[in-house]
Design a protein around this ligand. Sequence first.
Ligand SMILES: Nc1ncnc2c1ncn2[C@@H]1O[C@H](COP(=O)(O)OP(=O)(O)OP(=O)(O)O)[C@@H](O)[C@H]1O
Ligand SMILES: CC(=O)N[C@H]1[C@@H]2OC[C@@H](O2)[C@@H](O)[C@@H]1O[C@H](C)C(=O)O
Length: 383
Amino acid sequence: MTAICAIGLMSGTSMDGIDLAVVASDGADLVERGPAHFVPYEAAFRRRIEASLDDAKSIGERTERPGDLAALEREITLRHAAAVETFRSGLTGRWADVALIGFHGQTVLHRPERGLTVQLGDGALLADRTGLPVVHDMRANDMLHGGQGAPLVPAYHAALARSLPPDLRATLPVAFVNIGGISNVTFVPGEGDPVAFDSGPGNALIDQWVSREGGLPFDENGMIASEGGVVQTVLDAYLASPFFSRPAPKSLDRNDFTLDKVPGLELADGARTLAAVSAEAILRAAGHMPAVPKLWIVCGGGRKNPHIVGDLRRGAERQGGLVILAEDAGLDGDAMEAEAWAYLAVRARRGLPLTFPTTTGCRLPVTGGALSLPSETSGPVER
Ligand SMILES: Nc1ncnc2c1ncn2[C@@H]1O[C@H](COP(=O)(O)OP(=O)(O)OP(=O)(O)O)[C@@H](O)[C@H]1O
Ligand SMILES: CC(=O)N[C@H]1[C@@H]2OC[C@@H](O2)[C@@H](O)[C@@H]1O[C@H](C)C(=O)O
């Protein structure tokens, strides 16, 4: 099979902006990673998305768009189209030969127990604006087949693991951990399908805490937490959630964990304690894997918080594991999810499975995604 050059687009649960990356892949083991780019959302737009989560709570059918959601979906899509145009204009050589887009959209509701997951993103509009075929809505078919609809990145983690440098490949099984708004883990065994699930809150609670108490978007490099200490009773209260003892498959909505357990803490103690919650949640995940991982590869924005990574490192060492950052494995910890959506789009076009019983609980390995082609009269259009 020949490689297809695809752009992946991710606007994650942190709601901090749009990650873009270009990947050339055959949808199987061939993965060549190209340039990446990030377009941040300004604070007011992030607040608008956050507010829309309340509108989304009343959704019964996944096509409903109450309140601000219809207007927001169009705006998010147009921002993605503009981001693609900017990104493409800087691509050269083989990377300029983009033939496909993988579009995640913005999750505003995720209720796997009701078979409901909603990502704002108009694939047809994006195809028209960019002039490229767009694969979108990649979670729905998994749910139709009994899956959680998340996480979807494990197929890509497995492909990356197969192409790790020989010294790291020798340490299989490895675990990838993505510390985004929510954290998810993928256990890649030497043989067979990956095992994956959401592991708990990542940065979302920290972001909400420092925003509410300190007016800041996030705890940059853990500087606020550096002034504080872990409040054990609060850490224990979070870890008492039945979510952590529940076996996989499992996935989370951004609002499943809230700030309800940190009342009255100092700003710094709250930030430090929530970093510990994030790390401990990941360590608890090891108990639901087929074996304790020898190597953890950390990606996502949370790897820039030294308290999360430090706690994780110390805990993993106690379990006999080693923690490295994606960059230590020659990977890009910021672009990985966007790369994954490019890879998954190629897999979808090839009819290959996006998810497996061991990653989402679907009844059988299933492909997914809807394909939108640009209409004949359209092409790249100015905003
Ligand atoms: N320098 C930094 N120091 C500390 N935290 C950071 C830093 N940079 C980013 N972050 C955190 O990472 C978050 C963004 O992470 P990321 O882009 O991986 O999340 P996401 O893709 O939106 O989420 P998800 O994976 O849940 O969909 C920010 O909201 C912030 O909390
Ligand atoms: C429903 C949804 O958007 N879930 C996200 C979220 O953010 C992290 C975690 O929860 C993961 O399950 C998923 O994203 C990643 C990229 C995934 O599907 O693999």
